[in-house]
Each structure stands twice: as C-alpha cells, then as structure tokens.
Design a binder for this molecule. Structure first.
Ligand code: ARG
Length: 563
C-alpha cells in the first residue's frame, strides 16, 4: 500500500483544481517525525485562492477524509498526515512474511533480456583487481535485474585474441618450457610475454614473426591454433579457481576469438554504408559529428583487426542472438573512450539499439594509497588474497564462536563475502583502497557486520522457537521498530533504483542501514521478554532477517545462519 498515494487521493477530493499526480508530487516528508509522516504544503494554492497558506491548510484539514490515516492536522502552512502505525506495521510485516524470499520481486522486466559483459580477463595475463570489480559488480547486477523479472545473460568476453598471441607463440617457441607452463600457467606465460616485449627492441624480426604467427592463427593454422588453445585452456584453469572461490558463473565464455570469423561482415557492412575512410593505409570511421575527435581504427594497414572490430561484431551478435533490451559492459573508466566510439560507430551504421548499450564504468583500486603497478611490485594477487581473507575470517570465528559447526564453510562465506561487499558498497565510479583488515572487520559498514546481524536474528528466532504467521496481526509503533519497518517497506524501490543506476552499492548501503537499524532496536528492546508485543517483535526480527539475507543474495554474498 502506498500511503503517499492515499494522501494524494484524499486531497484530490477536496482540491478540484489539482489532479492526483500533481498533488502526489507536491507531498513532502515533514521536518521531524512528531509533525507526522506526510506533509502537504499549502503555499502552492495560496496564489490562486488569494488566501494565506495557513488559512488554506486549516480549511483543508477540516474538510479532508482521514481514511487510511490516524489523523490529519494543520500545522502552520502544512497539512500533516499521521499514519495509523498499528495498521501500517501489520500490513508491512504481513507483506514480507507472505512473500518470503520473493519479497521485492516484480515483473517489471518480464520478457526482456539484459546482456551483461563482465569479468573479461585477458588470457595469459594475471586476473587483476579491475577484473574482480567487474566480476562482482556484473554478477550482482545480474541478480538485481533478475529480481525485477528480467532474463540476464552473463558473458565473459575473454581477451583471447590479438597480435599479442603472435608474440606469445614466438616467445614460447624461443624459450618456452612446457612443464613450467603447466605448473604455473599465467606467471610463466607472463614471463615469456614480458621477455619478448623487452627483447623485441633489439630484435625487430620478432615483431615480424609475431605478425606472421598471428596471421597464421587467424587463418586457422593447426600449430598456431593448438598453442593458442593450450594457452587459453591453461589460463582458464587458473581463472576458474578464482571464479569457484567467488561462486560466480557465466552463461557464455565467448571471448574476442569467437568473433574472428564474424568481423568480415562488419567490414562489409561498413563499406556498404560508405563509412570507411582510408588513413595511412588503415581503415577508419570518422566520428566527428558525435563530438569524438579520434576516428575509430577498424583495420590496420597490415590487415589486422582490432579490439573495437571484435566489439562491433560482438554487439551485433548479441543483438541478434539475445535480442537485448539492455546490453551493459562492466569495465573500468579508462575504457570510456572505447565504448563511446563503439556506440557511435553502431549508431552510424543505423543501429538505433546502440542507445540500449551502457558502459557501466568503475573507478580504480589502489593499495596503501598507491596505484597498482606490476612494474613497481605493488600488486594484488587475487588467489592468495582470497585465501588470506578466508583465514582471517576463520580466526575471528574461532575467537567468537569456537564451537560453531561447519566453521570452514562459514569462514569462506565471511571471508569472500567481505571482499565482495567492500567492493560493492563503494559507488562504482569511485575507487577504493584495498584494505583487507577493514574488509573482514565485524565493525563498520562491512559484509561481516551485515552477516552478523542476520546470524544474530536467526539465533533469537531459534531461542524463541518462533514461526511467523502471515495471517496474524503484528503491530508495533515504537521509533526503533518504525525505522526498521520503513526500511523494509522501501526494499522493492531500492532494488529498482539500483537497477536503474546500474549501482549495486545502493543495495549494499541499504543492507548496512537495515542491519544498523536492527542493532539499534536490539539494544533498546528485550525481544524475548514476556510482553504483549513479543510476537510482533519476533515477526519484525524474522522479516528483517529475511530482507537482510535477500539483500546479501543480490550482492552475491551468502548469509550463514550462525557465525
Ligand atoms: N579484456 C578487456 C580488459 O581486460 C576487457 C573487455 C571488456 N569487454 C568488452 N566487450 N570490451 O581490459
């Protein structure tokens, strides 16, 4: 039930000059809670009616139908509505209990697909924190859109194509060691890649060889193909270990290589539409009319295609195969020029659906306040970092609750959840400092803090042996309960806002607020005491636990029942 709408309806009956919609937009929240829950400022009518707003407010309060409210009174120039808290609280609790984990679920996106390009690390290169951000934000957005009834397609657009694979093949043939690569694929391949990039300065012939090998790869040469496949498979073994730890899955692993045979069509389409211009032997598309200074380089003078050529093919493929309502790319801010070009080229091609594509950009992660740099040794190796988070969580659990069953699973949920949550609570365009200590802390706006509130609620419910009943009338009107209830009521709108802005941080902040509101209530109220409100308080705890768990699920974080 929308109480603002009810207030607007009641007002519309007595203010014929304004329609319901206009009235709804005029409604405010009173400056303080003792003034009521909804306020109508009478100023807007003063001019037309040529009366003082105070007099208008008094008159309206006199005439209004109070249905749905406890009382409606005039205070100065405002008409203030006081909700019938007993009735409202029982309605909210009824709604949550009845819906269960479906609470907040809508069919807004029914029949619509959202393609989410996420994670997308580069083969033979380390999985960076940037890729971690993209993985957890993309995965959370998928959950959020599903909650709103959309069907999502999570695509891991692996960086598995390009001239660098030519270089890698040359390096492997010169200095490679099969056993070493098998033992430590990414670090070995990276070493080879770094070495050849270094030595190519003195050996320009390596560059020619690399170009030749990449051409062979593009043309399906079996030896090139086999090596490439092997690099890819070995890298994926490492990436999959990270994905398993993060508990993230994908619907498609079609990376850049998948579009090798789909780029000719793009070049043909561009030529057909007369969009290609030659520039120093290369093929480019001018985008000046979009305010983009640099033309998009589609094909190099040596015939090689580029990152953007593959993204053009990928965009068209996704439109055809998934008929998306939205197609989003969860990628760092540093690629914003690329995505502007990508969208502009598609627009030039006459594809208006390019308007449905969004670059969901993210800020940079630092460590100790410094930019990450492989060269300077300021790196975050993801696998050991996840392990470290799990063992720190385990140590805290050991200290707090040594007899806990299933300690390992809980430590995993808390450690990994802590890293994810910290990332997700940050507005995605802001960067953050990677501070493991702060992440796994039970104090502050952290994942463990929210998980702990959830576990505490489950323990209270177990102690009380309480089962909620949707048909029971539960009602509460103390300020601490009311804070929780208004948050519970706003859950659905919160999820919608998060989807609208592609911003999981909205859900993460909501979860922190709800956990804090519950802890405040818990500090004020003896829930388990004999009191006429005992069942209502337990119902409130139950509903809070349910919505906390569901909020965490949307973030890809699990909520243990005990910790
Ligand atoms: N592999 C790229 C990188 O690591 C990210 C790819 C993002 N997705 C895309 N469709 N361009 O920088």
């Amino acid at each position: 039930m929308d109480y603002k709408l009810q207030a607007a309806k009641n007002l519309a009956h007595i203010i014929p000059s304004l329609d319901e919609e206009t009235l709804l937009n005029l409604l405010e929240k009173p400056k303080s809670a003792d003034l009521g829950d909804i306020a109508f400022p009478a100023f807007s009518l003063a001019k037309v009616e040529r009366k003082a707003p105070q007099a208008i407010a008094a008159e309206l309060a006199e005439k209004i139908d109070t249905a749905g409210f406890d009382k409606v009174v005039a205070t100065g120039p405002y008409v203030n509505f006081f909700l019938d808290k007993a009735q409202v609280s029982s309605q909210i609790l009824h709604d949550v209990i009845e819906a269960g984990s479906d609470y907040g679920q809508t069919d807004l996106g029914k029949g619509k697909n959202v393609v989410i390009d996420l994670s997308s690390p580069n083969i033979a290169k380390p999985f960076s924190v940037g890729h971690l951000r993209s993985t957890v934000i993309g995965d959370s957005l998928s959950n959020i859109f599903q909650k709103l009834g959309y069907k999502t397609v999570k695509v891991n657009h692996l960086g598995d194509w390009g001239k660098q694979f030519g270089l890698l093949i040359v390096a492997y043939k010169l200095w490679g060691d099969k056993a070493a690569v098998e033992a430590n694929p990414i670090s070995e391949l990276l070493k080879l890649y770094v070495r050849i990039n270094d030595e190519v300065k003195d050996h320009p012939e390596y560059d020619d060889d690399a170009r030749a090998w990449f051409r062979k790869l593009e043309n399906g040469d079996p030896e090139a193909q086999e090596l490439w496949q092997w690099f890819r498979d070995e890298s994926l073994v490492e990436f999959n270990r990270i994905y398993d730890k993060l508990q993230v899955t994908f619907d498609s692993l079609n990376g850049e290589a998948f579009y090798n045979d789909k780029m000719d069509e793009i070049l043909d389409l561009l030529a057909e539409k007369n969009l290609l211009t030659e520039s120093k032997g290369a093929q480019v598309v001018n985008l000046e009319k979009y305010g983009i200074e640099h033309p998009a380089l589609i094909k190099k003078s040596d015939g090689a295609t580029l990152y953007i050529t593959r993204d053009l093919a990928a965009a068209l493929y996704r439109k055809r195969n998934y008929d998306f309502a939205k197609s989003i790319y969860v990628v760092g801010q540093e690629q914003s020029a690329h995505f502007k070009q990508l969208k502009a080229v598609l627009k030039e091609m006459g594809y208006d659906w390019s308007d449905d594509m969004t670059h969901v950009s993210m800020g940079l992660v630092t460590k100790g306040g410094e930019k990450l740099s492989t060269r300077k040794g300021n790196v975050i190796l993801l696998e050991p970092t996840l392990e470290e988070a799990i063992s720190r969580a385990q140590a805290q659990i050991e200290a707090k609750n040594p007899n806990l069953a299933d300690k390992e699973a809980v430590a995993h949920a808390v450690g990994v959840g802590a890293i994810k949550f910290y990332d997700l609570k940050t507005d995605r365009n802001n960067g953050y400092d990677f501070d493991l200590e702060a992440m796994v802390s039970f104090e502050g706006e952290t994942g463990p803090y929210v998980q702990y509130a959830h576990a505490r609620i489950q323990s209270i419910l177990r102690k009380a042996d309480f089962t909620p009943d949707a048909n029971q009338t539960y009602s509460l009107n103390d300020p601490e309960s009311w804070d929780i209830l208004t948050l519970l009521q706003s859950f659905g709108a919160t999820v919608e806002r998060a989807a609208d802005k592609f911003e999981p941080s909205i859900v993460a902040k909501y979860a922190v607020n709800l956990a804090q509101a519950f802890n405040k209530f818990y500090a004020h109220t003896r829930i388990l005491d004999d009191s006429p409100e005992r069942d209502s308080r337990l119902a409130l705890a139950y509903a809070t636990g349910l919505v906390l768990k569901e909020s965490l699920r949307l973030l890809g974080v699990s909520a243990p029942n005990e910790m």
